[in-house]
Design a protein around this ligand. Structure first.
Ligand code: FAD
Length: 432
């Protein structure tokens, strides 16, 4: 087995906008930085596929990663936190032990999925998931796509897919027109967001946009053919090739929770300098609140400067942070899930798709823990990342602990962990 050890002043987990800003800022103020991400290239969800040779804001930030103080570790996934100031991860080559003086967690967010009849059919996908596949080369030209769920991501994805030749049949937003109008008012203090929203709507002119509407069933013979949409007290069948469906975002809090960071209202609790409740551990970006790329960038800079010993620099971003946090709260209010969505699954609808556990099997249980023990719900490869947020909404369950490994890993990495524990100070590079 191949193993390696690396040590940094500041270690950043997650190379989305928050992690990139954190790493670049910490490096600028003299820290030796390790930046880890499980994707092949940095960029996170929104800058996936962008490069330092491109144009605009992504390229400007990605260029900063060429700093001599930064070591970029792409294709590396952290799966355990065995002791203070140590993380364990896996790369294509094997096991990696990482130690640090300061840790910045910038692990981002993922889409929330809700179960409804037919949601596991091929070509029913997460909205951001379909966008990511198209960015990676999936041909979408001429395909009929229904975009449904909730949150600003729906417009961003619909606009992206249309630009790449998809026929957007309809956008179905579960929030009401009134909620969206209030959200619009909250944006008045953020002109760039209004411009962004208007430009997205312009690019989608002619595409029906329904509010208070959501998918109640997806149908097809082995692959998606049509989706039944509930709207205005009735329902309508729409023929399509893809259903791009996501119900806003949920923060990736598993690693911070494993490390012991305190949570508040579902997010990691941080102070104005992005410090968590655990000494030397900071958190930035979506795990502290879903607030979009601008807030992630500001929080990353605050965390990076503080971790590098420059809280005075971090404090300069305080006003921007406060303003953008208002946007994050407005997002949470506007796109809160409506209770009717709890009635979407039928008894036979699969809720945990890794372990094939249906709604009827889960309903008798009173907690996530007992449902897990009795049905294996949440014990498959995704480790509850999909069914966890769904059961939280459907049954008000929440996980009572996070246990390692937080991502599935191969047995040889577990063996390497045991070996490294037995040889705490030995050099491990390339050991067999
Ligand atoms: C699927 C999806 C698509 C989106 N598309 C858009 C869009 O088109 N337009 C828009 O305005 N906003 C979009 N957003 C929202 C946007 O991604 C965020 O506002 C912004 O990217 C947040 O930046 P971040 O750095 O906080 O997190 P992210 O960009 O999510 O970056 C976090 C990174 O951490 C990595 N990571 C997490 N855990 C580990 C681990 N244990 N080990 C190693 N790496 C890890 C992740 O793979 C990811 O690369 C999207 C969000 C999602 C979930």
């Amino acid at each position: 087995m191949s193993s390696d050890r690396k040590q940094f002043d500041v270690l950043v987990v997650g190379a989305g906008p928050a992690g990139i800003a954190a790493a670049a800022t910490a490096a600028e103020y003299g820290a030796g930085v390790g930046l880890i991400d499980d994707n092949p290239t940095p960029g996170g969800q929104i800058w996936r596929g962008e490069s330092a040779n491109g144009a605009g804001e992504p390229a400007r930030w990605l260029t900063k990663l060429h700093h001599q103080n930064i070591q970029l570790l792409s294709g590396t996934r952290v799966f355990d936190h065995p002791a203070a100031h140590v993380l364990h991860g896996e790369t294509a080559d094997g096991f990696l032990e990482l130690s640090y003086q300061k840790l910045i967690l910038a692990t981002g967010a993922r889409e929330r999925f809700l179960p409804f009849p037919g949601w596991t059919l091929p070509n029913v996908m997460g909205a951001g998931g379909l966008q990511a596949l198209v960015k990676s080369g999936l041909p979408i030209e001429g395909k009929r796509v229904v975009v449904a769920g909730t949150g600003p991501l729906l417009l961003a994805v619909a606009s992206y897919l249309r630009k790449h030749g998809a026929e957007i049949r309809m956008i179905c937003e579960q929030a009401s027109r009134l909620s969206l109008a209030r959200f619009g008012l909250a944006l008045l203090s953020q002109p760039p967001k209004i411009t962004q929203g208007l430009s997205l709507r312009k690019g989608l002119s002619g595409v029906p946009f329904l509010t208070k509407s959501w998918p109640i069933a997806a149908g097809g013979d082995g692959v998606l053919k049509e989706v039944l949409i509930r709207s205005g007290g009735g329902s309508e069948k729409i023929a399509c090739d893809y259903l791009a469906c996501g119900f806003h975002l949920v923060p990736n809090t598993e690693l911070p929770a494993l490390i012991g960071c305190r949570m508040r209202d579902g997010y990691i609790d941080v102070d104005e300098l992005e410090r968590t409740s655990v000494p030397d551990v900071f958190c930035a970006g979506e795990p502290t609140g879903i607030g979009g790329i601008e807030l992630s960038l500001v929080e990353g800079q605050i965390a990076g400067a503080t971790a590098a010993g420059r809280p005075d620099v971090a404090q300069r971003h305080g006003r921007a942070r406060t303003k953008l946090e208002r946007f994050a709260r407005a997002l949470d209010r506007a796109f809160a899930l409506r209770p009717e969505l709890k009635t979407l699954p039928l008894p036979e609808t699969i809720v945990c798709r890794c372990e094939d556990v249906t709604y009827a099997r889960l309903k008798p249980y009173g907690s996530w823990r007992s449902a897990k023990l009795e049905t294996r719900c949440g014990m498959g490869p995704c480790q509850g990342r999909v069914c966890g947020p769904a059961t939280q909404f459907l049954f008000h369950w929440s996980p009572d602990s996070v246990r390692p490994p937080i991502f599935p890993t191969v047995l040889k990495n577990l063996a390497a962990m045991a070996f490294i524990e037995a040889h705490p100070s030995g050099a491990m590079r390339g050991s067999q």
